[in-house]
Design a protein around this ligand. Structure first.
Ligand SMILES: [Mg+2]
Length: 289
């Protein structure tokens, strides 16, 4: 059962009658104006296991020709936006670097607002170190304001030990995203949330997670596109990150079933997306609407 799921079927008594299923609309939620700007998750929506999902290229083409602002949002903090733009391009998906927003960028924006020209000890890859540098942070292991943990494929015992000692000495603990595992072609990989749990276990200090499902990521993205919550849609494949963060940020939410969520899992959650569609191909007609 997914986290946040309810053991009993909701809707008994009719409060949730007409729960969203594939192709169904949540009528009350759709009494909104037209969608003027778009946010979209990446994995499970536009790409899946190294392939473009059918309809993704058409969705991006429709956005471009509509002139509506959009951002591709990802909790992946390994890559810079230029890296991700190139990776998507190699799959036939044209997304300019400026239209990509990662949990690393959200974390850097958050920290720059909290403590301008602050300092951080970083465990992470270029996506995170570049974002923090560009936000005016100094990266150091000498008395930093923050320990910032992101995703990496080369976690080292000495780095984790250093992070633990700095937190014990008073550094604040921030992490890009809470995901415990990430996908790879060979199977699951331990991700930021799993390593954060190890540091928390050792220090007794829990991190502040900036990425999805923190609605801060959505609100920061809204500011980046210059959008308003009531006229912005979020497309995602996860109920417990994309949809809940979109709901909390006041967005229209569209769940697609091309990623990790099956249609029979949707109504187990205490929150619902505005729409449930099979894939991004079904979202294309909504772009011009
Ligand atoms: Mg996803």
């Amino acid at each position: 059962m997914p986290s946040g799921a309810r053991p009993a079927r909701p809707g008994v008594g009719g409060a949730f009658r007409g729960a969203a299923g594939p192709g169904c609309d949540n009528g009350a939620m759709n009494e909104r104006g037209p969608i003027e700007s778009w946010l979209s998750d990446m994995d499970g929506v536009l790409v899946h296991e190294g392939h473009a999902i059918p309809g993704a290229a058409e969705f991006l083409d429709a956005l471009r020709s509509s002139g509506k602002p959009f951002l591709v949002l990802t909790n992946n903090s390994i890559y810079t936006r230029r890296d991700l733009s190139a990776r998507l391009g190699s799959l036939g998906l044209r997304v300019p670097a400026e239209a990509i927003f990662t949990s690393a960028l959200a974390t850097a924006a958050f920290l720059a607002g909290q403590r301008p020209e602050g300092s951080a000890y970083v465990i992470g890859e270029a996506g995170l170190t570049t974002a923090l540098h560009e936000a005016g942070f100094v990266l150091t292991d000498l008395d930093p304001d923050y320990v910032v943990l992101g995703e990496t494929r080369t976690y080292s015992f000495s780095q984790i030990t250093r992070a633990i000692r700095l937190i014990e000495a008073g550094a604040r603990f921030v992490a890009t995203n809470p995901d415990p595992v990430g996908p790879s072609m060979e199977g699951s990989l331990p991700a930021t949330g799993a390593v954060a749990a190890m540091i928390t276990r050792a220090t007794g200090v829990a991190p502040y997670f900036v990425g999805k499902p923190n609605p801060l990521m959505m609100r920061t993205a809204l500011n980046v596109v210059g959008g308003h919550s009531e006229s912005t849609a979020m497309v995602g494949d996860r109920m417990d990150t994309d949809v809940v963060a979109g709901v909390e940020a006041g967005l229209e939410t569209i769940l697609v079933l091309s990623g990790v969520t099956r249609s029979d899992e949707v109504e187990r959650f205490p929150y619902r997306p505005s729409r449930v569609l099979d894939s991004i191909a079904d979202v294309v007609p909504l772009v011009g609407a």
